[in-house]
Design a protein around this ligand. Structure first.
Ligand code: NAP
Length: 309
């Protein structure tokens, strides 16, 4: 049986549970392509899943990772949009397992987009989950329109640094919240104002993007104008929804899903230089555990990426 290299886990556990091993080379099914992964992005859901607090894993060993960028090596039956050699990126199969921390994955062709030539595999691998989430939060749920005020919490993080750029480009007045050491970075992304996470002086906001949920999301209701909306990335929360309703406010809950067409729109923005993905650090695939340790500090600027070349 043909095999491929992967960073895998034999059960839920700490970062050290990640080990390099070999798994069967995945074969593309109908409508799927096989991709030689050059880089895999690391998301919060990766370390949550590793620890048993994210996506439920039905059998081990399991290969984590959703965000990938690489080259198509084979096409399955029925694939007409991609061919061997195409450079692609995406976050296939989420919330099912995709096995992105590997030299090869298979993916539904319609969950991928062609990577712009000028964008590196590292940047592209850092894009899909964070950018699709930011887009859904700002526009699909938040309904952000030109001239509105938006507060992006965690503005230096994976989702946040993309949300700031997309919102500024859409003509919104963007307030980014970040730790002091990240203020200049967030300003450079196009934020009109940068504040600390406590955001106490901020008021009259139309849309808030909340990456934390819980008490912090409840507190953030205070910054909204009447009729404003808080979009949280932390899943549904009946208490938050009720608190918002009682104050004439609205809440949106993001559940990101693969979307090759939206990804192609984001790729166009990247190709035109309107969206840049900050990669704080790259690690060889063998050092996936070290990358998780850093990710879990909760203070990464932009994205962490594994190199699988
Ligand atoms: N619902 C969905 O479909 C979905 C999809 C993607 C992500 N998510 C969730 O969205 C959240 C953000 O994801 P991400 O990839 O952007 O994570 P991330 O890159 O790991 O976030 C790191 C950022 O969090 C910031 N941060 C630290 N303390 C904070 C605070 N008190 N309030 C606000 N931000 C703070 C840090 O900013 P400083 O270093 O400046 O302090 C850092 O820039 C995660 O919880 C993730 O699970 C949900």
């Amino acid at each position: 049986m043909n095999m491929t290299r992967a960073a895998l886990i034999d059960g839920y556990g700490p970062p050290q549970a990640l080990r390099i091993g070999r798994v069967p080379l995945p074969e593309p099914g109908h409508g799927e392509v096989q991709v030689r992964v050059h880089a895999a992005g690391i998301n919060a859901i990766d370390w949550l899943t590793r620890a048993g607090r994210g996506v439920s894993v039905s059998s081990f060993p399991a290969v984590l990772g959703w965000d990938i960028s690489g080259a198509v090596t084979r096409t399955g039956a029925g694939v007409t949009t991609l061919k061997a050699g195409d450079q692609v990126f995406g976050m296939p199969r989420f919330p099912g397992l995709a096995g992105g921390y590997a030299d090869h994955v298979t993916a539904p062709a319609d969950s991928l987009a062609v990577k712009p030539g000028d964008v590196t595999h590292h940047s592209a691998a850092g894009t899909p989950m964070a950018a699709l989430t930011a887009w859904q939060a700002l526009f699909d749920l938040g309904g952000l329109s030109p001239g509105q005020r938006v507060l992006v919490q965690g503005a230096a993080g994976g989702v946040g640094h993309i949300a700031v750029q997309l919102a500024a480009r859409a003509g919104a007045e963007v307030i980014g919240a970040a730790s002091l050491g990240n203020h200049a970075f967030v300003e450079g992304l196009g934020a009109h104002e940068v504040v600390d996470h406590s955001a106490s002086p901020v008021r009259d906001v139309d849309v808030v993007i909340d990456p934390r949920g819980g008490e912090e999301a409840l507190r953030l209701l205070d910054v909204l104008s009447p009729g404003g909306i808080l979009v949280t990335l932390k899943g549904s929360d009946a208490r938050l929804a009720q608190a918002a309703r009682a104050r004439g406010l609205r809440v949106g809950f993001v559940y990101v899903a693969p979307n090759g067409a939206s990804l192609a729109n984001l790729a166009a923005l990247m190709a035109e230089g309107h969206l840049r993905i900050a990669v704080e650090k790259t690690f060889p695939l063998e050092e996936a555990a070290a990358a998780h340790v850093i990710g879990e500090t909760g203070h990464v600027r932009g994205r962490l990426v594994l190199d699988a070349t």
